[in-house]
Design a protein around this ligand. Structure first.
Ligand SMILES: Cc1cc2nc3c(=O)[nH]c(=O)nc-3n(C[C@H](O)[C@H](O)[C@H](O)COP(=O)(O)O)c2cc1C
Length: 191
């Protein structure tokens, strides 16, 4: 009986009457913002989007952060190092207004043990995230947990309520992480 009641509550939270009194299904809007220089984070973002698209009632908007002047490889590029060490990240990156989203996922490569500077610039410039739920995701070679923690800290500093953080290797999306993300999205939808 209790289980049926919970299911019923979940369904009602998805349905709301429009002005004409007709019941419409509310969808949950997720922003998935990422930067990628060599393709790993982009591949990962596509995997996450594909995996979340199996959750009913979820709309995913993918936003690729593109700095007006992208960085040149190799790794030890002085401009990349300077911007990675600065608190503001890449100076001329544009942000977005995230207020229309229910959940914001931010995915970044790791540069010099920090989130890549275009993502820091993006987080600095974006607006509307006071109290907004967010998930921090980093890709790297070594997948040290501190990498994602650093991105989570940055998001918290800017007012986000960080509900999950994941430090992943290259473009790998482990099944348990995909499942956790699906659960997060489902619980947001129900909440
Ligand atoms: C400038 C630069 C610095 C990097 N620093 C690190 C690092 O400190 N630790 C690490 O594990 N990987 C590091 N990497 C590897 C990248 O984090 C990793 O390959 C990432 O998945 C690349 O994402 P992308 O293909 O989306 O650009 C670095 C790569 C670059 C280009």
């Amino acid at each position: 009986m209790l289980i049926r009641g919970q299911r019923f509550l979940q369904r009602t939270s998805l349905i709301s009457p429009n002005p004409a009194g007709i019941l419409v299904v509310k969808s949950m809007k997720v922003l998935l913002a990422f930067y990628s220089k060599t393709g790993n984070t982009e591949k990962l973002a596509n995997k996450i989007s594909k995996s979340l698209s199996s959750v009913q009632g979820v709309e995913i908007v993918i936003h690729k952060v593109v700095p007006p002047q992208d960085y040149k490889l190799p790794y030890l590029n002085p401009r990349a190092l300077k911007d990675a060490l600065s608190r503001e990240g890449t100076p001329d990156v544009e942000g977005v207004d995230v207020s229309e989203f229910d959940l914001v996922m931010v995915a970044a490569p790791t540069w010099f043990e920090r989130p890549a500077p275009p993502i820091i610039g993006f987080v600095e410039k974006s607006r509307g995230y006071e109290g907004k739920k967010a998930v921090a995701i980093t890709t790297s070679i070594s997948a040290r947990s501190v990498y994602a923690k650093r991105l989570a800290e940055k998001l918290r500093e800017r007012g986000f309520d960080v509900v999950g953080w994941y430090s992943l290797k290259k473009s790998d999306l482990p099944e348990e992480v995909a499942d956790e993300l699906k659960k997060l999205v489902s619980s947001e939808k129900a909440g």
